[in-house]
Every structure is written in structure tokens, then in C-alpha cells.
Design a protein around this ligand. Structure first.
Ligand SMILES: NC(=O)c1ccc[n+]([C@@H]2O[C@H](COP(=O)([O-])OP(=O)(O)OC[C@H]3O[C@@H](n4cnc5c(N)ncnc54)[C@H](OP(=O)(O)O)[C@@H]3O)[C@@H](O)[C@H]2O)c1
Length: 229
């Protein structure tokens, strides 16, 4: 068993590198790309998002297509991947769609001090895992591997992307560029400040460019484990 799942980071950015707006939810991508993302979700065992994304977007994180859900069921899998989130403060609402919808496993990695509180509130709707004094993404991925997750999709937001990328835990990046500007420095960006393994002297490997209507998908191989599916 690998010590961490094959990890694919999927994100849609504006032309100026933002992944949302400062106040309300912003839909950046288009239907063709949402369908592509749905197929990627269907191919994974778990989807991970940061707690701020759960609070800001109230995402369902389910496979939308009935055909894809049926295909998973035929393979003996739950209709959608497990949902995973991470929190320091434990400030998550058990009524959020992350917890409420979908007959799939929900896992919350929580920093140790808030675990008792999180278990009290979220225990009935999720598995709350003690992530240690300060939760490391590396700890999460090895724990997910031990739980049988072989393919993990990371879907935001910027704080989570930054840690996965700077800690070199991503095998594949799927970056979609939407044809809009956000133009507000208070809005969330694809990544925050960090030391990333790819820079002017070590460039990431671009493996595919695909146009889907008015957006473009850029696929990068970020590790030797990259699978050209
Ligand atoms: N365009 C896209 O594809 C896309 C996709 C997803 C999200 N988004 C956008 O991204 C924005 C949110 O991004 P964000 O950067 O603000 O936040 P985020 O990455 O979604 O979540 C950050 C939160 O996750 C928890 N967290 C992160 N690292 C942790 C660690 N090491 N240990 C414990 N907890 C940790 C903390 O939760 P607590 O605060 O609970 O402690 C932290 O505040 C939203 O506006 C959303 O719309 C866009």
C-alpha cells in the first residue's frame, strides 16, 4: 500500500488568479467543465476541501451524474467519494450540505484542542479525527491511505492548496482558467504565500491543454507518480 493516495488538485481560477470573490460565492467555470470535474470526482475515493470552503460555498461534493453513480455502485463503491475536511477551530455546522447530503463517509480532521467540542457537535454526522496539535496535510494523507483511499481529489481553497503544493503532496494539478477578472485583492487566490517546489529553476511539467468552451484546462504532472488517464 502506498504511504499516501494518488493526489489530484483541481481548481478553477480567474484570469487574474482568484478562486472566488470576497463576499459571495462566485461560479467561475462553465457546464462543460463542471461535467468534466464530475467525471474526475467519480474516479476518486475521497474529496478534500478546507473548512473555509465548507463555510463559504456550502458545497455538496457529490457525483452529479446518475450514470457515473451507477457505474461506481457496479464497482461496489459508494455513489460518491468520501468527503474530507480539515479545521483548527472546529467551527463547522452539522447542517451544512457537506454533512447533510449524500450517503457517504464524512471525515473531519481537527486540531487536538477542539476535538472534544467538534465530536460533540459533529459526531452524529461525521468521523472526527484527532489531527494532532497542529494538523499536517502529510498526516491527513497517510491516515486516508490507511483508510483505503487510493485516489484523492483536493478541491480548495487557497489555504489548503498552498499546503498540499508547498509540501509536495500533489501528483497532478488540473487548473482551469475562466475568462473573467475578479480584480479584488481581498478575494481568495489559488495559493497564498509559500515556498513551492516549482520555480524558475524547476519548472512544472505541462502535459495537456484542453479547451472546454470558454475555459481552458491545464494539466500538470507534479510527481513521477503522474498517471495520464
Ligand atoms: N475556484 C475554485 O475552484 C474553488 C474551490 C474551492 C474553494 N474556492 C474558494 O476558496 C475560498 C476559501 O479558501 P480559503 O483559502 O479561504 O480557505 P480553505 O483552504 O477552503 O480553508 C481554510 C481553512 O481550513 C482549515 N485549515 C487549513 N489548513 C489547516 C491545518 N493545517 N490545520 C487545521 N485546519 C486547517 C482552517 O479551518 P478553520 O478556520 O475552521 O480552523 C482554515 O481556516 C472560498 O471563497 C471558496 O469559494 C474556490
Amino acid at each position: 500500500m502506498a504511504d499516501r493516495p494518488y493526489t489530484l488538485l483541481s481548481c478553477c481560477v480567474s484570469i487574474d488568479g482568484y478562486i472566488g470573490s470576497a463576499g459571495s460565492r462566485l461560479l467561475l467555470s462553465n457546464e462543460a467543465d463542471f461535467d468534466r470535474v464530475d467525471a474526475v470526482r467519480a474516479s476518486c475515493d475521497a474529496i478534500l476541501v478546507g473548512a473555509a470552503t465548507v463555510r463559504a460555498d456550502n458545497p455538496r461534493l457529490l457525483v452529479r451524474s446518475q450514470a457515473r453513480r451507477d457505474e461506481r455502485a457496479a464497482r461496489g463503491l459508494p455513489p460518491s467519494p468520501a468527503k474530507v475536511t480539515v479545521t483548527r477551530r472546529g467551527d463547522l455546522d452539522a447542517r451544512a450540505d457537506f454533512f447533510r447530503v449524500g450517503d457517504v463517509e464524512k471525515i473531519v480532521y481537527c486540531a487536538r484542542p477542539l476535538v472534544p467540542d467538534a465530536r460533540r457537535r459533529l459526531g452524529p454526522v461525521a468521523t472526527v479525527v484527532d489531527g494532532g496539535a497542529s494538523v499536517e496535510m502529510r498526516t491527513i494523507v497517510s491516515d486516508l491511505a490507511a483508510r483505503g483511499v487510493e485516489r484523492l481529489m483536493v478541491e480548495g481553497g487557497g489555504a489548503v492548496h498552498t499546503q498540499f503544493l508547498s509540501e509536495d503532496l500533489v501528483d497532478e494539478l488540473q487548473l482551469v482558467v475562466a475568462p473573467i477578472f475578479v480584480g479584488d485583492s481581498h478575494a481568495p487566490r489559488f495559493v497564498r504565500d509559500g515556498l513551492f517546489p516549482w520555480n524558475a529553476s524547476r519548472r512544472a511539467e505541462l502535459v495537456e491543454v484542453r479547451q472546454l468552451g470558454d475555459v481552458v484546462l491545464l494539466r500538470y504532472a507534479l510527481s513521477s507518480r503522474f498517471e495520464d488517464a
